[in-house]
Design a protein around this ligand. Structure first.
Ligand code: TNX
Length: 552
């Protein structure tokens, strides 16, 4: 048998048995989630009878249906049983290593009732334990890869860097029964199929973007999203922090940006903003999950909220009204005024100081109200400011109209590939976010109540079945840093809405960022995704039950 059928019918039944009973899940999140108790309509939850008959996959499940699909999986038969006495041994015993072990211990505590003890070790621990080590990893694993060896005696994860161990633990989480992610006590048994997984990512940039400007989302919503991203080994969360409808990050030197410019959102409802403490909390929360926050200040257009707060930034010096509609491209900072660059310098200095990650995104999209000369001059002056404060420039592909700094990263989104070609000619590295393939705000189909359709409908197959390296002529693997799935929130108002648009497309993007192209095939993936339905339900994710998938 070439593919190992790791499938315990009794475990499967066990997981589904609890679906109806599960109330609230926070993925180890110390902040309670803001999500309501039950969000999947009762009629879509399988009955126990249906669930026990249903075959969750039509092909054989591959080592527990892990998403993203690992590079190599060699099953060996048998299983490891997690018990209350299981210890988590880390080597070397650093605070970061202990934090990774503790994260896993805390994560599985509510469902298993176990309080797995985290301790240091030098060399193999005894039988019945989990061993996380940075000793002896193969170079091919790189900075994010891991090798996971499961025998009935031991679970061993070896990596070159702590991030790899964190990803190895996410894989273990997916190899355990879905009920492990429940917030209520579950009976187990907690078995992990035995075998070896060798795994490392295709791309360094595996991103999601959340627009917190059109509609504002609380710290709790953002950390909840971060937990879901971590489950699928996504390592960048790009926060679109400013737009015409709201400025959402406190800037001490320009206080009105949030006090006035952050007061509303699309539709005219109250907006909100992150204090600098809030933002640091988010950044730290993400960092503990090996996710880098990429803050975006979208300029020179998409700035109505800033202009309304500080009219001196407009060429005519007149404050516009706050804007709560959904048009784009009508606002612009004044590229020919010196105060604009003082403003940019102050904002970039504060954001850079709050951000441990190396990137600062400066937008640049849809500047229809900035003339070409001004636009080019603006980015000629703003890019060096970003570098002066120690950050690497990221921008939407329009910024390639300016001469790019050698380290600038360009985000491809436009259906028109002209700017991408200009960026390519300058030797830029790309984040691939083609709107017709990766925009999480596009409707799944005509009847989807949320979302837009200007880039087309994006059903699951469309979202999954493309290769970033053949998407744009000339943009090949060596120019691609990775992929990112943006969620624009003109129509997205609640955490439920976020989950509905992101799931289940997001796991597919996570796989596209991680798994070699040769191991990705829709007809196989859709069965693996089906097996994640019960997992998403235990996690209380309000996902779209697409008819393209035979959900169990
Ligand atoms: C285009 S993509 C935009 C956003 C909108 C989005 C809606 C890009 C860089 N700009 O301003 O929110 O479409 O789908």
């Amino acid at each position: 048998m070439s593919n190992y059928a790791y499938h315990h019918p009794n475990l499967w039944q066990m997981c589904t048995l609890f679906l109806g009973a599960i109330a609230l899940v926070s993925c180890g999140n110390p902040v309670p989630t803001a999500v309501p108790m039950t969000r999947v309509p009762a009629s879509t939850t399988p009955t126990v009878a249906q669930a026990t008959q249903a075959t969750p996959v039509t092909k054989q499940p591959i080592f527990g249906n892990v998403i993203p699909r690992p590079v190599s999986e060699i099953p060996s038969g048998g299983s490891f049983r997690l018990l209350a006495e299981t210890g988590i041994y880390v080597e070397p015993e650093t605070s970061e290593m202990r934090a990774i072990g503790q994260y896993f211990s805390d994560l599985i505590n509510p469902s298993t009732g176990f309080t797995l003890k985290v301790q240091g070790t030098k060399g193999l621990p005894g039988k019945g334990n989990i061993y996380l080590t940075l000793t002896g990893a193969a170079p091919i694993l790189g900075d994010e890869g891991y090798e996971l060896t499961i025998t009935p005696e031991l679970v061993k994860v070896v990596a070159n860097q702590p991030a790899g161990l964190f990803y190895g633990l996410q894989t273990i989480r997916q190899l355990l029964p879905a009920a492990v992610d429940s917030t209520s006590s579950q009976p187990g048994p907690w078995l992990i199929g035995a075998g070896t997984i060798t795994d490392y990512p295709r791309y360094a940039w595996r991103g999601a973007m959340l627009d917190v400007a059109r509609h504002f989302f609380s710290v709790r919503d953002v950390t909840h999203y971060i937990d879901l991203l971590a489950y699928y080994k996504i390592n960048r969360l790009h926060l679109h922090l400013t737009d015409d409808q709201g400025w959402r990050i406190q800037i001490n030197s320009w206080p009105n940006l949030v006090l006035y410019g952050g007061s509303l959102e699309v539709g005219g409802t109250p907006g909100g903003y992150y204090s600098q403490d809030d933002f640091e909390y988010i950044v730290n929360y993400a960092q503990l999950r090996y996710i880098t926050i990429v803050p975006e200040i979208d300029v020179p257009s998409h700035t109505n909220a800033a202009l309304a707060s500080y009219p001196e930034l407009a060429c005519d010096g007149v404050a516009p009204e706050l804007y709560t509609g959904t048009r784009v491209g009508f606002s612009s900072l004044c590229a020919s005024k010196d105060i604009t660059y003082k403003f940019m310098e102050d904002v970039i200095a504060e954001i850079a100081a709050l951000t441990p990650g190396p990137y600062l995104h400066i937008g640049g999209d849809e500047a229809m109200s900035t003339n070409q000369v001004d636009y080019v001059n603006f980015f000629q002056r703003v890019q060096p400011i970003v570098e002066k404060f120690g950050k690497q420039v990221v921008g939407w592909e329009e910024i390639a109209q300016a001469k790019l700094l050698p380290a600038a990263i360009v985000q491809h989104w436009n259906l028109d590939k002209g700017f991408a070609a200009q960026a390519l000619a300058q030797g830029a590295k790309f984040i691939m976010s083609p709107a017709d393939k990766t925009y999480l705000d596009m409707k799944y189909q005509a009847s989807t109540s949320l979302g837009q359709d200007w880039a087309g409908y994006i059903n699951l197959e469309t979202s999954y079945s493309w290769d970033p390296a053949t998407e744009v002529n000339g943009i090949t693997e060596k120019s691609i840093l990775g992929i990112e799935a943006p969620l624009w929130t003109e129509t997205v108002e609640t955490m439920d809405d976020i989950e509905y648009m992101a799931f289940p497309r997001l796991p597919g993007y996570a796989e596209m960022g991680w798994t070699p192209q040769a191991k990705r095939e829709w007809s196989e993936y859709k069965n693996r995704l089906a097996a994640h339905g019960p997992r998403l339900e235990v996690l209380d994710v309000h996902y779209y039950q697409s008819p393209e998938v035979t959900w169990p």
